[in-house]
Write a protein that binds this ligand. Structure first.
Ligand code: FAD
Length: 403
């Protein structure tokens, strides 16, 4: 019988096991997860950690039993033997596979700075981290400082500000979202966050964390010698792929397990999906740390394992919620592009489209504008060439903007 072993019970692994059954896979499926939780949604961890809705399971717990998937939680896979096609688990159990899927996700990058281990200096990846952040903020009347103006940092800032907490965001680059958004979009979002009372400081270098009187973190030191007082720190400076299982064997990884468009790694019978991977982009490989990408790769691997046809690659996209802004972003910013704004940013409903020198749309960054997002994604998918002046004119129907 064709046994599938899935390592990592997160969004990618949890999605895959359902898709395998849906695609007709009849052999045994084992889902191994280091966490004690059934697969859950991570997006609420940064957006709703002060509310009740932080814990949202991907599927009800009995779903897995119903579809005959053997879920083993609190189990870490320690090693993989691709020649013998076996994995060794932390509880001593050795499992044989016909197909192995690595879905081990990533972990927060830490700052190797003095005081980084102080209580109250936190990172955010799993439910326990979100609970710790909530508990810490319960006592943070002096304020939260977020190191790193990425999407997770800005989401946490928005949630904390929505509950009236003083929030400072410290960003090393000269703008927030420097790695992931265009200059135009980051400027609009910075203005928005500042209007809601978040103190954003860019081009600042954190040099260490200092203890307060209670032994918990009480301040952050900057390279200019100044100190910012705080009761809690969230470090949100990116994530590192959990690719050790691949590195320890003969599976190629280059800052992320390398996979093809069918989810195959360089080892026979071994696939990888989700945040741990670097996937093909058309001109190389990149990490897409997002739910849509994890789900798409789960589909690819379900098709690979069950012999189904692979569907065409989707344009990469993701979303983020900050205050009452629903952001949706599609495509990739690369090379020289020009930005075209559609809609009035002061109404909080707008899009920034990015076109290359042939006026082909390569990316769309949108706020509270699902129709702009859908149109942008379609432009990118079809390689549409647009007339920039029409695209900027909200009175012109979006469908008429392609030339
Ligand atoms: P994970 O969901 O991280 O799952 C990997 C699992 O594998 C973990 O449970 C881990 O413990 C386990 N594991 C690791 N090593 C082993 C081992 N050796 N043995 C057994 N188990 C192991 N994406 C969006 O598109 N929109 C959003 O708004 C958004 N918000 C986010 C907010 C936060 C706070 C975070 C952290 C992420 C957010 N993301 C968002 C990204 C999204 O959650 C990830 O892309 C997605 O979870 C990736 O799924 P995954 O299964 O690859 O990894």
């Amino acid at each position: 019988e064709h046994a599938v072993v899935v390592v990592g019970a997160g969004h990618a692994g949890g999605t895959l096991v359902g898709l395998l059954r849906q695609s007709g896979h009849q052999g045994p499926i084992v889902l191994l997860g280091a966490e004690e939780h059934y697969p859950y949604h991570r997006p609420p961890l940064s957006k709703k950690f002060l509310g009740d809705a932080v814990r949202q399971l991907l599927r009800p717990e009995d779903f897995y039993e119903d579809i005959d998937v053997d879920v083993r939680l609190g189990v870490v896979v320690d090693s993989v033997d691709t020649a013998a096609r076996k994995v060794v688990c932390s509880d001593g159990v050795v499992l044989s596979y016909e197909s192995l899927v690595l879905a081990t996700g990533s972990r927060p990058r830490k700052l190797p700075l003095p005081g980084a281990e102080l209580p109250g200096v936190l990172t955010l990846r799993d439910l326990e981290d979100a609970y710790a952040l909530r508990d810490c903020l319960g006592r943070a009347d002096g304020g939260l400082v977020i190191v790193g103006g990425g999407y997770i940092g800005l989401e946490v800032a928005a949630e904390a500000r929505s509950h009236g907490l003083p929030v400072t965001v410290l960003e090393r680059e000269d703008r927030v979202l420097a790695r992931v958004a265009s200059a135009e979009f980051s400027a609009l979002l910075s203005t928005f966050h500042r209007s809601r009372g978040t103190n954003i400081r860019t081009a600042v270098d954190v040099t260490g964390f200092v203890a307060g009187q209670d032994g918990r973190v009480g301040g952050i030191e900057l390279s200019d010698g100044s100190t910012i007082a705080c009761d809690a720190v969230l470090v949100g400076v990116g994530a590192i792929p959990n690719d050790e299982l691949a590195i320890d064997t003969d599976i190629a990884s280059d800052g992320g397990i390398l996979v093809d468009a069918a989810g195959r790694t360089t080892a026979d019978h071994v696939y990888a999906i989700g945040d741990v991977t670097r996937r093909p982009t058309g001109d190389g490989h990149a990490r897409f740390e997002s739910i849509p990408s994890a789900v798409e790769q789960a589909r690819q691997v379900a098709a690979s394992i069950t012999g189904g046809g692979a569907s065409d690659a989707e344009v990469p996209w993701f979303w983020s919620d900050q205050f009452d802004l629903k952001l949706k972003i599609a495509g990739r910013l690369a090379g020289e592009t020009s930005a075209i704004v559609r809609g009035d940013p002061s109404t909080n409903k707008f899009a920034v489209f990015h076109v290359d020198r042939h006026n082909k749309v390569v990316a769309a960054e949108t706020a509270n504008a699902p129709a702009f997002f859908m149109a942008g994604k379609k432009f990118i998918t079809t390689g549409a060439v647009v007339d920039p002046s029409l695209l900027a004119d909200e009175t012109v129907d979006l469908r008429s903007c392609a030339v």
